[in-house]
Design a binder for this molecule. Structure first.
Ligand code: GAL
Length: 370
């Protein structure tokens, strides 16, 4: 009897572990973590460190509601819970590593207070200091603060210590400002941003092969993107920055490098609602950037397959293998927002993203080399 009991226990464990073992990406469907709970890492970014991938993202937990201040543009929210982290070696099965930057419950003036906005966290590793550095979009509930925040940790799985938030590049003219702009009658936003610091909302980080790190962010009321160089320990800005995609209104930036060239994928500005994605290429990170149009191809490409970019992940050890990571937001129930991961193909210089109902990274091995 005892033997039979043991057999059932073992079989139970085998079935339980199989139930949670993912074998393929199913974009847009609920994606459970290794403990069987939906992955909660939105607007996320990825870090590869010592054989493991770490996925950081916004925790969207609890009731979705619409602050009066945001009703006109559709800015529904859930109160801040923190930044989640998951780890994986196969990019399919994700172990929850917990809340690595929890919200502040008590101090309404704190950047991480539940009433604020903490979005699009990205973590990079600094080889010289051995620290993990997180940058994120920090905002007030009505998105008027438009700042970036910085946190730091000794371990990829946290806990992260919050350092500060800023509006970047206060008192610094952009590298490509016209001399005329700085003279007697500069455009209003130049004066405002010059005196108060640049507005910063949707953002990402990119570390180049030479270990220099850059912050890309939607500035100037989201109309123009800025690229700014971080200092050597990645916790501050150097003051060197450039305006790019001027008046092109791009959000949700994702940056990657392929064969020595820099690629940029982003969205337009329609709050939680999807729009056609954008892409661009450059030989230098400072540009000039050449726009390549919507990288999505086929049915629903005009709404980026009902999603918005957040990161492009180069797969370690696989040649020319990049995953387009995007969020399928649910503005009425943000907790039920999903993930759309799709492989990137290259048509000459042009990145292309096609829908797949179901796929795995083995897909890359079956591609003719491009
Ligand atoms: C989007 C942005 C998201 C979030 C949202 C709020 O445009 O990409 O990160 O800020 O607006 O409505």
């Amino acid at each position: 009897m005892e033997k039979i009991h043991l057999l059932f226990c073992v079989l139970g464990l085998v079935f339980a572990s199989q139930a949670f073992a993912m074998e393929a990406y199913k974009p847009g469907e609920v994606w459970d973590d290794a403990e069987g709970n939906p992955i909660n890492a939105h607007g996320g970014g990825m870090l590869y460190h010592e054989g493991a991938y770490y996925w950081y993202g916004e925790m969207k937990t609890g009731k979705t509601w619409m602050p009066k201040s945001n009703a006109s543009w559709g800015g529904s929210r859930v109160d801040v819970t923190g930044v989640s982290c998951y780890s994986s070696r196969d990019l399919l099965n994700w172990k929850p590593e917990g809340n690595v930057l929890p919200a502040n419950q008590d101090d309404p003036t704190h950047d991480l207070h539940t009433s604020k906005v903490v979005e699009r966290p990205k973590v990079i590793y600094n080889r010289a200091t051995g620290k993990f550095v997180m940058w994120m979009h920090i905002d007030s509930m009505n998105y008027g603060k438009a700042s970036v925040g910085v946190a730091i940790s000794d371990s990829p799985t946290g806990p992260f210590t919050y350092l500060y938030s800023i509006r970047p590049n206060k008192g610094v003219w952009p590298k490509n400002a016209d001399e005329a702009d700085k003279q007697s009658d500069p455009p209003a936003h130049y004066v405002r941003d010059h005196e108060k610091g640049q507005m910063a909302r949707d953002m990402t980080l990119f570390v180049d092969d030479d270990q220099r790190a850059y912050l890309f962010y939607s500035a100037e009321e989201n109309a123009t993107h800025h690229i700014a160089l971080l200092n050597d320990d990645y916790t501050q800005l150097t003051g060197q920055y450039k305006r790019v995609f001027i008046d092109r209104s791009m959000e949700a930036p994702a940056v990657f490098k392929r064969d020595g060239r820099y690629y940029f994928i982003a969205s337009g500005c329609t709050a939680w609602h999807p729009n056609p994605a954008r892409s661009a290429v450059a030989d230098s990170i400072w540009g000039p950037w050449t726009e390549l149009g919507n990288p999505c191809v086929g049915k629903n490409s005009d709404v980026t397959f009902y999603s918005q970019s957040t990161y492009v992940l180069p797969i370690q050890g696989k040649d020319d293998a990049y995953i387009f990571m995007a969020d399928r937001w649910n503005p009425k129930n943000l907790e039920d927002s999903r993930y759309v991961w799709l492989p990137i193909e290259f048509n000459g210089d042009r990145p292309e993203v096609r829908w797949q109902d179901k796929w795995s990274t083995a897909w890359f091995d079956a591609q003719p080399s491009q």
